[in-house]
Design a protein around this ligand. Sequence first.
Ligand code: PRP
Ligand code: URA
Length: 209
Amino acid sequence: MGKVYVFDHPLIQHKLTYIRDKNTGTKEFRELVEEVATLMAFEITRDLPLEEVEIETPVSKAKAKVIAGKKLGVIPILRAGMGMVDGILKLIPAAKVGHIGLYRDPETLKPVEYYVKLPTDVEERDFIIVDPMLATGGSAIEAINALKKRGAKSIKFMCLIAAPEGVEAVKNAHPDVDIYIAALDEKLNDHGYIVPGLGDAGDRLFGTK
Ligand code: PRP
Ligand code: URA
C-alpha cells in the first residue's frame, strides 16, 4: 500500500494558514503556493541518490557529494497544479515538466481529460504529479492512469490539502504511489469541496470566477 506523508513543518503550516484565508488576494495566494511547493520539494527530494566527486576548495582537494544524475519529471494537473511548478523548479531546475489537463465536471465530479504532453523518456523518469487539492481523488487517479498508460514506472503525488476520502481512493486505485501532503483536512462537503480547505484552487490562483 502506498505511504502517506504529511509535511507538517511549521513554515509550511504557517504559510498554509494564509493560503486558506479567504481574505488573501490572488497575488499573495500565488506567491504562498509557490513557496509551499518549494518547501515540500525540499522534503520530497530527501531520498535522491548522491555520488562522490573530487573538487578543489581554496584550501585542499576534497571528495564531496552531488546528486547522482536522476531523471525527474514534474507533472502539474492543469490548471491549479501550475501554481506549484516554479516553486519546485527552484530546487530541481533540471527536471522536465509535462502537463496533464483535467477538469472536474461540476455535476458528476468526474475528471475530464483534455490535454496530455509528457517528456519523451517516460519510462526512465521519476515523476512527481502536483496539484494543490486532492478532493474525491478522481483527478489524481486519472492523472496517474494517464502517466502509467504511457509507460511511467515511478510516480509520487504531491498536494497541499487532501480530504481523507481522496487519500483512500488514490491508495486503493494506485497502491504503488506514495502521497505527500501539507495538511489532511476533515471531509468533503456535498459539492465535493474540501472542508475547511481553501476554496477553488484554480480560481484563487488565476483570479477567475
Ligand atoms: C481541482 C483541483 C484538482 C481537482 C481535485 O481542479 O485542482 O485538480 O479539482 O478534485 P478531485 O480530487 O475531486 O478530482 P478543477 O477540476 O477545479 O480544475 P482547475 O484546476 O482547472 O480549476
Ligand atoms: N477542487 C478545489 O479547487 N477545491 C476543492 O476543495 C475541491 C476540489
